[in-house]
Design a protein around this ligand. Structure first.
Ligand code: BGC
Length: 518
């Protein structure tokens, strides 16, 4: 029986190392997540997506997995996982876990065995190894660059072969031409499905299959992942075969469980290919992460997503922030301007048909932390580019739960990244029950969204330039992307459900959204 909960859910991303720290080691953990299930239930979210908590040397914050069936001791134990899952299910919240199939950690048993065995061995065939050319020993097999900076190839310790890593050198890419890799990941899927998870977020879902012969990319070989791209290692058609094998596996399990793809593609058309009925359920739409705060850009991204996903019968999946990108409060402008627009954009998102993902801390109005000292930065991007790219630590700073105290209530052992002083006023304690706070705004928006479900999207005549007005079958949404207040005279007499900012003498302030009952 399918209740299709995932077609209009609000899903909250927990970044475990920065959410809540129960054991006081300065890093969040699963017991911390468990302790805050009540908070998440009050927020009104339907499901959580947890970034990786598996055994890992943490060279890429856990996206370097050394054992896919074990919990890293920093985050707890399998018992802690089961207890967290039970607590969440008890509160009616589903749990989606992160699956990292493009690469393992270099500390994974398979990679250790590959290094221990020689070239040409079955162990090496699970990854992409290539001989060093004695005539050109310093020239890697092709021109691919790591997404994190520097070459995508590193030599084995004996200097005889290269191995491929699209990310850090501690994240060797698995070889998905090898049936053993398929079998292993199907078994990993079952391991977590048997434990009761409700789905998987697939990391680098567009990356596992590489073009035959590993041909050079155009240009200097450097490809941004965050952006739009197709490359010999991204968005290859062969990747869809993997999902056609995985779909029947998940379908064997009861409870309407899902896959959500992190797939950066050239276009909404290519993204929709991952959502064909025999493949995945959702794919993050990153177009609004990349779009400026402007009516035309939002409308274009929304239209493309709706048209293409309708073609394959998949829900739209809206995102403004996650652990890899600058928080949208900061993207949209300094100080109050950024926060006002972020609330306006969030309210618009909540009126769209489909699924909305919320990244932890956005419900508090947190911005990017831009001034972290270099010595605390952990993101491999920062280190591999010699600091040229600042990296993603600024959106990963641990959450403030209390106004005061060490780590603002995150845990009793401090916090692995320092929190800005003004986060005291943005803590859960400060915002809870406070009329007009961003936390109360999110709670209200999520509740109203649930009571007024979007069924369609019909654009209405915009009341002014740089505004968007639409009817979703339950509410009329008006967003003002411009710099001046906009008159709402055209909607006179309609009942107001919610505004992201207080009205200014009856007008909709710049950067704000209003909902009217239809
Ligand atoms: C994850 C990143 C990670 C990368 C490599 C991504 O897309 O979201 O945080 O660094 O994959 O696993």
């Amino acid at each position: 029986m399918s209740d299709n909960w995932w077609r209009d859910a609000v899903i909250y991303q927990v970044y475990p190392r920065s959410f809540a720290d129960a054991n006081g080691d300065g890093m969040g953990d699963l017991a911390g997540v468990r302790s805050r299930i009540g908070y998440l239930a009050d927020l009104g979210v339907d499901a959580l997506w947890l970034s990786p908590f598996y055994a890992s040397p943490q060279h890429d914050a856990g996206y370097d997995v050394s054992d896919y069936r074990a919990i890293d001791p920093r985050f707890g134990t399998l018992d802690d996982f089961d207890a967290m899952l039970a607590e969440a299910h008890g509160a009616g919240i589903r749990i989606i876990v992160d699956l990292v199939p493009n690469h393992s950690s270099s500390e994974h048993e398979w990679f250790k065995a590959a290094l221990a065995s020689g070239p040409g061995s079955n162990e090496r065939a699970r990854y992409h190894f290539r001989d060093v050319d004695p005539a050109r020993p310093e020239v890697p097999p092709n021109n691919w660059q790591s997404i994190f900076g520097g070459p995508a190839w590193t030599k084995t310790p004996d200097g005889k072969q290269w191995y491929l890593h699209l990310f850090d050198s501690s994240q060797p890419d698995l070889n998905w031409d090898n049936p053993e890799v398929h079998a292993e990941f199907e078994s990993i899927l079952r391991f977590w499905l048997d434990r009761g998870v409700d789905g998987f977020r697939i990391d680098v879902a567009h990356g596992m299959v590489k073009a035959d012969g590993l041909p050079d990319t155009g240009g200097d070989g450097s490809i941004e992942m965050i952006g739009t791209t197709q490359a010999p290692f991204f968005d290859q058609d062969g990747v869809h075969e993997i999902y056609r094998r995985w779909r029947p596996v998940i379908e064997e399990y009861e409870g309407d469980r899902i896959f959500v793809a992190e797939a950066w593609t050239d276009s909404a058309e290519r993204r929709a290919l991952y959502l064909r009925p025999d493949e995945l359920h959702q794919a993050f739409n990153f177009d609004l992460v990349l779009a400026p705060f402007a009516a035309a850009d939002f409308r274009k991204a929304i239209d493309a997503e709706i048209a293409n996903n309708a073609g394959v019968g998949a829900p739209c999946t809206w995102v403004l922030s996650n652990h890899d990108v600058q928080r949208h409060v900061t993207r949209y402008g300094d100080g109050e301007l950024g926060l006002t627009r972020a609330r306006g954009a969030t309210q618009l998102l909540m009126a769209l048909p489909g699924v909305v993902y919320v990244y932890q801390g956005e419900e508090l109005g947190l911005g990017e932390v831009l001034d972290l000292p270099d010595e605390v930065r952990e993101d491999p991007t920062f280190h591999r580019t010699g600091g040229e790219q600042i990296g993603r630590d600024g959106c990963r700073v641990p959450l403030p739960w209390k106004r005061d105290g060490l780590s603002l209530g995150f845990g009793e052992g401090g916090s692995w990244l320092p929190q800005p002083e003004d986060w005291s006023d943005k803590s859960v304690e400060a915002e809870d029950g406070e009329a007009g706070s961003t936390l109360e705004f999110y709670r209200t928006a999520i509740a109203l969204r649930g009571e007024n479900k979007a069924t369609v999207l019909t654009w209405l005549e915009d009341p002014a330039e740089d505004t968007l007005a639409f009817d979703n079958g339950a509410v009329v949404n008006v967003t003002n992307f411009g710099d001046e207040p906009v008159s709402l005279a055209a909607f006179e007499g309609k009942e107001i459900l919610l505004t992201s900012t207080d009205l200014q003498e009856g007008d909709l302030p710049a950067g704000s959204t209003i909902w009217f009952k239809r």
